[in-house]
Design a protein around this ligand. Structure first.
Ligand code: ATP
Ligand code: MG
Length: 473
């Protein structure tokens, strides 16, 4: 980066020497080209598959650039998550070049080049909508906008300059050319990268209205890259935050994982909350928010996100089901109490009704796929069974496929709930690690009503003592 700053000064001086002073204002936002020796990106930092795609497009006579997060992260000396490619070849032309190509997306038509599990995304340069000229050859070359200004389709093709202007942030609009290994910057992205600034290209309000997910992306990059959102880019976020309600829940599920399960979940959550964005994604959790972030729900969110960040930092796998189960746990406990109170159902039945209610409501904003909601329900259901350990129950419980996750969940709850839960977690910890003999003895003690076995039903968690909130339905 230091090398870039130096070279920027050098290139600016060259421009000053070569051009009229009157050109300078305009010059600030004109194309800046960084030579190979100026930017430090080397082909060995780029994945083999991305290079293959770049070379093949180029050989067939098309322009081909690495763009987006790949270039941004390489300039920041970070390992890119994926490599995105931009070209002047249309999706159909790309498909003709690659046998392993799938065209995807209606709203935003893209080519995916598949190399086993590695997918290289290739996008055709986007153009401006006002002068949209749909080509006869490509009937999908059209745009559409909702009454609120949201782009329903963005398939107008254009030049590289136009493509740069259609991208979200200046730091995401840098183009690495495979032809001459230069980096082209049409929007002062390198300067913003140097100054660690997240700046939307164009008029922020219009750009957020076109695609409200850009608000989430601004926060995601600020947290992930430890950058500042520039004031005119940050200003409209809170007032426009409710626009996220128009985004399909399936897209918000994908985004929520990128936000919360990419290693910076805690910082991202805090920023999202500041901008009233988290509240749009998780309205059920927002009902439990307090001024001083002290409710059990808030403590649990912070706990699970910091544990998730740590697992990712340690190279361990993370399961979205566990995270969602944890975040929604106290809203569930509160809801179960309300259902039991209103319906007179036994606690276990009320709990399961509440579990379904909570998941039904959550999937309206974030479409958590069924394979995860099944696990979430399992983890929750097991919580109601941990206290029943007599006879063969404890042995049977350990055979449940989700026992490990459910036990980890119980241990986590012990951080926020009554002593009973901590004792229960300790009992199960000992039971799991004991041999057959020790386990039988532990169960025998339970059968006799002995140590570690609360005689009456498990005490209700603390939050149940709170006055129940009015039920909406
Ligand atoms: P990541 O490290 O998460 O992959 P990224 O910037 O590469 O970050 P992608 O979602 O892979 O993000 O998108 C690739 C590029 O496509 C972005 O860098 C940006 O230039 C452009 N882009 C993505 N989403 C949008 C959007 N909603 N509006 C405008 N441009 C976008
Ligand atoms: Mg990317």
């Amino acid at each position: 980066m230091r090398c870039i700053i130096f070279n920027r000064v050098a290139s600016f001086c060259r421009k000053v020497l070569n051009r009229d002073a009157s050109d300078l204002d305009h010059e600030e936002l004109a194309l800046q080209v960084y030579q190979r020796q100026e930017h430090g990106i080397s082909r060995k930092d780029i994945s083999e598959n991305a290079l293959k795609v770049l070379y093949r497009l180029n050989k067939a006579g098309y322009d081909a650039y690495l763009v987006g997060g790949g270039v941004r992260d390489l300039l920041l000396d970070k390992q890119p998550k994926d490599f995105d490619i931009a070209t002047n070849a249309t999706p159909e032309e790309i498909k003709q070049l690659f046998r392993n190509c799938r065209l995807i997306g209606r709203r935003f038509r893209l080519a995916h080049i598949l190399f086993g599990r590695d997918v290289i995304e290739v996008a055709t340069f986007r153009g401006h909508h006002s002068d949209a000229k749909p080509s006869i050859k490509d009937k999908k070359n059209v745009s559409a906008q909702s009454q609120e200004g949201m782009l329903l389709r963005d398939n107008v093709y254009g030049s590289i300059e136009e493509d740069a202007e259609r991208r979200d942030f200046t730091i995401n609009a840098l183009y690495y050319s495979i032809k001459d290994f230069t980096v082209a910057d049409y929007v002062n992205g390198v300067e913003d990268l140097d100054n660690r600034i997240i700046r939307l290209i164009g008029d922020p309000e219009t750009r957020y209205r076109e695609d409200p997910v850009r608000m989430l992306r601004a926060v995601r990059f600020a947290a992930k890259l430890d950058m500042t959102i520039e004031p005119t880019t940050a200003g409209p976020i809170k007032p426009l935050s409710t626009l996220l309600q128009d985004i399909p829940a399936a897209r918000l599920f994908e985004e929520s994982l990128k936000l919360l399960q990419s290693g910076n979940g805690l910082d991202t959550y805090r920023l999202l909350r500041e901008y009233n964005l988290f509240q749009q994604l998780f309205p059920l959790l927002a009902e439990h928010f307090t001024e001083d972030h002290s409710s059990q729900t808030e403590q649990m969110i912070e706990h699970i996100l910091s544990a998730t960040d740590k697992r990712i930092a340690d190279g361990k796998r993370v399961n979205p089901a566990f995270m969602f189960a944890a975040m929604l746990w106290y809203p569930l406990v509160t809801r179960a109490e309300e259902v039991a109170f209103a319906s007179g159902l036994a606690y276990y039945d009320a709990f399961m009704v509440a579990a379904n209610d909570i998941l039904d409501e959550q999937v309206k904003t974030i479409a958590i796929p069924r394979r995860f909601t099944t696990t979430i329900r399992d983890i929750w259901q097991q919580q109601t069974r941990f206290s029943r350990r007599s006879g063969k129950r404890a042995f049977k419980m350990m055979e449940h496929p989700k026992f490990r996750a459910a036990f980890d969940f119980l241990e986590m709850r012990a951080n926020f709930e009554s002593e009973d839960i901590a004792e229960l977690a300790q009992w199960w910890d000992k039971f799991q690690h004991g041999d057959r003999n020790q386990r039988s003895k532990m169960v025998q003690q339970i059968n006799e009503g002995g140590s570690g076995a609360p005689r009456r039903r498990r005490r209700r968690p603390q939050q149940r003592r709170k006055k129940p909130q009015a039920k909406s339905s």
